[in-house]
Design a protein around this ligand. Structure first.
Ligand code: WTA
Length: 632
């Protein structure tokens, strides 16, 4: 893979220089100096970060590294919620606003740190009372309401392992994530609300747990009036278990290497992977990046538009911001309902200062037109962030000009579920190059290399790798350590992220996309294997292959090629039925936009579908090396 990129097009990238005041006031004032400091003594660097937080017992060693297994803050004892809540409640932040939630219409709720502390403790006591114990896995399948965050923190408080599943997943996807993690408890809500409509979450849970032998109890947040009935013996009411219990719950003393959560992510092959994160290193990583990458200040009002069901929400709605004592805004509102001004109105209403969103949203805003952001006062904004997929230069420029009014730095942050925290970006105050994420942050050693691990020259494509362990790295893949090792064995002495990238002569990195069969649709990772197996589970389908087809707004669209079983023939009705089937099994985020019926699929001699060939054909490109193709 020594593809050469058009040098001029990269060299001609205009550089954007943010106002010098950003650099003067930043936590990291001089990127190069701070990076060198880190590089000269990584352990000391991370130890200094860890000391800013509170530990029940300090660590004996900063890290223990036996390739590819790392331990961080060895023998340190902590509870992340002590740092998210108690630390602030015992300080002048006690009555600072921790969480602001907006629903649709006029609905809204606010929690100070003290109020959030009490709510989390009550719910933690409620969980204990119904039998949740340290080490138990609790699946959280909830809409974006404060209780979703309260549930996560309450689990962490008592040492239960949460496994949050995004509420846009369907019953089969949820069932897999419950069974694989052997969740004993499921926390859900009767409904989520989206664009004025109720989404029946509880019904999906009912279906998902019909074949989930590990599940003992289901806790239901009832939002509807009159409340739905809780039928069977296993169901309990969310608010009821919080009632009549103490607002004090002593945090469980966790070892730095105890598991904090599982979070499933799509892999290039096979079933989704249960990424395992631990308490100590994760806390230090997300705290450090929240503070230094977002350059968080005491009076910021910070909005990350992700959902806690994704890693972005875990790290930058819940744990990072709360560890750092931020005021976090969340909303169940979508950007275009009741009109395309919804999010801009919220920025004006809440005086948001840091706005962290996804390229797919930015591209949608571009399409809707400047008149929408122009209607609102966005002058409170100080910093803009982006995550999830490449932020193309056009979207960067539009966002910089129309939303940031040519003054706000844009942080394009590259990282992954496995990474737990930001890895690459252009820190506030540094010159920005549209299309490039930037450089590894202080704390991270990254590079672009060939398949042997040798750094490639500037402007030559290669694989994005991380060369040293970092505190918030995942520790394994649940029940599949082999898959964990694979990340570290693909390229010698490196963690292979699975992304293709290119560097320029200044060391700025541009992420080009996935090197494997993971498709990123509107910022969500979708495994081809999951979509294909959902299709094949339909009675009419014999075989299926899914590819990502570039789309100007959503990054990629899913296209599926389907071979029908004998006795079935293609029709528009069948196409709608298949799309609906995927929607019901995997959820709306994994629905194909297009289905093509074929008689044959290109395969290798060993029988693997060559999606690359399908994609090349679809795009009218040269499919590359097809010598292993079986097809005649
Ligand atoms: C992609 C999300 C380009 C990438 C935090 C990565 C990006 C995958 C960026 C991880 C970015 C994420 N520029 N690509 N700024 N951020 N990606 O696990 O392909 O949901 O490997 O974590 O998203 O997605 P995940």
């Amino acid at each position: 893979m020594a593809e050469r990129f058009d040098v001029r097009s990269i060299e001609q990238v205009p550089t954007y220089a943010p106002d010098p005041s950003y650099k003067q006031n930043a936590w990291v004032r001089d990127y190069s100096w701070t990076y060198r400091e880190f590089f000269s003594n990584p352990d000391e660097f991370w130890e200094n970060v860890a000391r800013e937080l509170e530990w029940f017992k300090p660590w004996d060693r900063v890290r223990e590294w036996k390739y590819p297994y790392a331990k961080w803050f060895v023998n340190g004892k902590l509870n992340i919620t002590h740092n998210c809540l108690d630390r602030h409640v015992l300080s002048k932040r006690k009555n600072k606003v921790a969480l602001i939630w907006r629903g649709e219409g006029d609905e809204g709720r606010v929690f100070t740190y003290n109020q959030l502390y009490k709510a989390v403790n009550r719910f933690a006591n409620g969980l204990k009372n119904i039998g949740v114990k340290r080490g138990d896995c609790v699946c959280i399948y909830m809409p974006l309401v404060p209780e979703q965050i309260i549930a996560m923190l309450a689990c962490a408080r008592i040492g239960a392992i949460h496994n949050v599943v995004f509420a846009g997943f369907g019953a089969q996807a949820l069932n897999y994530r419950i069974n694989d993690a052997e969740a004993k408890f499921v926390i859900t809500a009767d409904i989520g609300i989206r664009r004025g409509r109720a989404l029946p979450l509880k019904i999906i849970v009912d279906e998902a747990i019909t074949h989930a032998p590990s599940v003992e109890r289901v806790i239901v947040l009832r939002r509807q009036n009159p409340p739905i009935e809780l039928h069977s013996e296993i169901e309990v009411d969310f608010k009821e278990i919080m009632g009549g219990v103490s607002p004090e719950c002593k945090p469980e003393e966790m070892d730095a290497e105890d598991v904090l959560f599982y979070l499933y992510t799509s892999g290039s092959t096979g079933a989704p992977k249960g990424v395992v994160h631990t308490c100590g290193g994760y806390m230090v990583g997300v705290y450090h990046t929240m503070k230094c990458v977002f350059d968080l200040k005491e009076d910021d009002i910070y909005w990350c538009t992700a959902d806690p069901g994704w890693i972005t929400g875990h790290s930058y709605i819940v744990y990072g911001p709360l560890c750092a004592g931020a005021t976090v805004f969340i909303t169940e509102q979508t950007p275009d309902f009741p009109d395309p001004g919804a999010w801009w109105r919220l920025i004006e209403e809440q005086c948001i200062t840091i706005f962290y969103t996804a390229p797919t949203a930015i591209r949608m805003f571009m399409k809707l037109g400047e008149e929408w952001p122009d209607k609102y006062d966005l002058s409170s904004l100080r910093i803009l962030g982006s995550v999830g997929e490449p932020l193309n230069p056009e979207a960067f420029e539009w966002h910089y000009r129309v939303v940031g009014k040519q003054k706000c730095p844009i942080l394009d942050t590259w990282w992954q579920t496995e990474a737990g925290m930001h890895m690459l970006t252009t820190l506030v105050g540094e010159p920005m190059k549209p299309g490039f994420v930037g450089k590894p942050i202080p704390g991270v050693v990254a590079d672009v290399v060939d398949k042997n691990g040798k750094p490639v020259k500037p402007y030559e494509g290669g694989f994005l790798v991380i060369k040293e362990p970092w505190p918030s790295m995942f520790r394994t893949v649940l029940k599949n350590d082999e898959r964990y090792r694979k990340y570290w064995e693909t390229i010698p002495n490196c963690y292979a992220a699975g992304d293709l990238a290119v560097k320029d002569k200044d060391g700025y990195i541009m992420v080009l996309g996935r090197a494997d069969d993971v498709i990123i649709v509107a910022g969500h990772n979708i495994g081809t294997a999951e979509v294909e197996s959902a299709l094949v589970s339909h009675r009419a389908v014999a075989e299926a292959a899914a590819i990502g087809k570039p789309d100007p707004m959503r990054g990629n669209l899913l296209k599926a090629f389907v071979i029908l079983r004998t006795g079935h023939s293609p029709s528009d009705k069948l196409t709608s039925e298949l799309i609906h089937h995927v929607r019901m099994t995997l959820g709306p985020i994994a629905m194909p936009s297009e289905i093509e019926y074929v008689d044959k699929l290109p395969k290798t001699r060993s029988g693997k579908i060559m999606r690359r060939v399908l994609k090349a054909r679809e795009l009218g490109m040269d499919p590359g090396d097809i010598s292993t193709l079986e097809e005649d």
